[in-house]
Design a protein around this ligand. Structure first.
Ligand code: TRP
Length: 401
């Protein structure tokens, strides 16, 4: 109950974070410390990162090392389980609302791929075509089409076909999955979802009844073809922190219906090119780099729109150095430039005014073009047959090997 008492960030607050809206205080940045307090999750500290490295015998992913994934719930318990030689499974998802993904969309999937490889565990990926049909007012058919298109981008992130099940809600909901939805729904009052998600009396009942759909992939019994006989298998959910409300609700209900609470590992948002006041907005093409952008488009967008912390004149820049706190090129390099030494060097030189914005942007353009090109190639290699296999309701006999 304690978890659920942390209510939604209301509009009377200075920042609003719900699954549908991410807005910082006017002109400000998102205050992640405040969010951790408000939501009641835990900070992912250095000790946990070191523990992951020890247990997996691998260097931590850039997103862990640099604090992109910065919050968690019971992640330490998942590591306890793993240390005892038991396994767990991963659950993540995507609401297919647009054809083209932007870089921010890739972050949870890149990270989930690392977790899958590092821990050698199965993964279920939910495509909430039903959610986007209701929230974005898409037709059922269009949402289904987008789900399949997005599945290709997700597969292109490199998931292991022997350990990964991708499903769309329209195709998969039923059977044991639906029984769990009803078990959850019976435990959640209208008042409670209003508190957690901010629904109003004018919202249609589709929205109000949706949260159990996103909740139940957290329970292994929802996937009898994968986890039958493993009713107590623990679940770890990598996601952006705006999804936390769903899983606060899930964790509140789980013990009441005899299930384990899912653990979470949560990321901050990938900032828009214009600056760090929210997450990238898929409907504003100048705010984001898409995985479909050409090298030329990437170059133009970075040069034209990426908010710079450099000073107005070269003289002032040399004198004061760049303001790294607000500089988007440096922020983006922090996500995607893997070389710690080069990143540190760049921060130091740019921050001291010895490096100019143009040079930092040039390096960013190289890094992003390479990433996008790699993704494009991988996506081109994803066939319809591969999508069919990933999305087939099939046992995965080697998923824990
Ligand atoms: N609601 C999420 C979105 O709009 C999709 C989603 C479903 C999800 N299940 C998830 C995201 C689990 C993270 C983890 O994108």
């Amino acid at each position: 109950m304690a978890e659920i008492e942390n209510q939604r960030q209301g509009s009377e607050e200075d920042q609003v974070i719900t699954p549908w809206e991410v807005a910082a205080k006017e002109g400000g940045k998102i205050d992640y410390d405040k969010l951790i307090d408000k939501f009641g999750c835990q900070r992912l500290d250095e000790t946990l990162v070191r523990r992951v490295e020890r247990l997996t015998s691998l260097p931590a992913h850039v997103f862990l090392r640099r604090g992109v994934f910065f919050a968690h719930r019971d992640f330490n318990e998942i590591l306890d389980v793993y240390e005892r030689g038991e396994k767990f499974y991963l659950y993540t998802g995507r609401g297919p609302s647009s054809e083209a993904l932007h870089l921010g969309h890739l972050i949870p999937f890149m990270f989930t791929k690392y977790l899958q490889d590092a821990f050698k565990v199965p993964l279920v990926i939910q495509l909430t075509d039903d959610e986007k049909c209701m929230w974005k007012n898409l037709s059922v058919e269009e949402s289904q089409r987008l789900a399949r298109e997005n599945a290709k981008d997700i597969i292109a992130c490199g998931f292991d076909i022997t350990r990964t099940f991708i499903f769309s809600d329209f195709d998969f909901v039923g059977g044991e999955f639906y029984k769990n939805m009803v078990r959850v729904a019976k435990c959640v009052t209208f008042n409670k979802v209003v508190g957690i998600f901010g629904f109003t009396n004018e919202d249609h009942i589709g929205k109000i009844s949706f949260p159990p759909v996103q909740a139940v992939p957290s329970f292994p019994t929802s996937f009898p073809h994968l986890f039958s006989g493993k009713d107590n298998l623990r679940c770890l959910i990598p996601c952006a922190i705006d999804q936390d409300p769903y899983f606060r609700m899930t964790r509140d209900v789980a013990p009441r219906i005899g299930y384990q609470k899912p653990a979470l590992i949560e990321s901050s948002f990938f900032p828009a090119l214009q600056g760090e006041t929210g997450k990238m907005n898929a409907s504003d093409p100048t705010s984001a780099i898409y995985v479909t952008d050409s090298a030329k488009e990437i170059k133009n967008k970075v040069n034209k729109y990426a908010f710079s912390g450099g000073r107005d004149t070269i003289e002032l820049h040399r004198k004061y150095g760049a303001d790294l706190e607000v500089d988007i090129p440096i922020k983006y390099l922090g996500f995607f430039l893997e070389d710690d030494v080069e990143l540190e060097h760049t921060r130091k030189e740019y921050g001291a005014g010895r490096m100019l914005t143009g040079e930092v942007k040039k390096r960013l353009i190289e890094v992003l073009s390479a990433l996008v090109e790699r993704h494009r190639k991988a996506r081109d290699a994803v066939t319809d047959e591969m999508v069919d296999v990933f999305m087939a309701r099939r046992p995965l006999p080697h998923m824990f090997d």
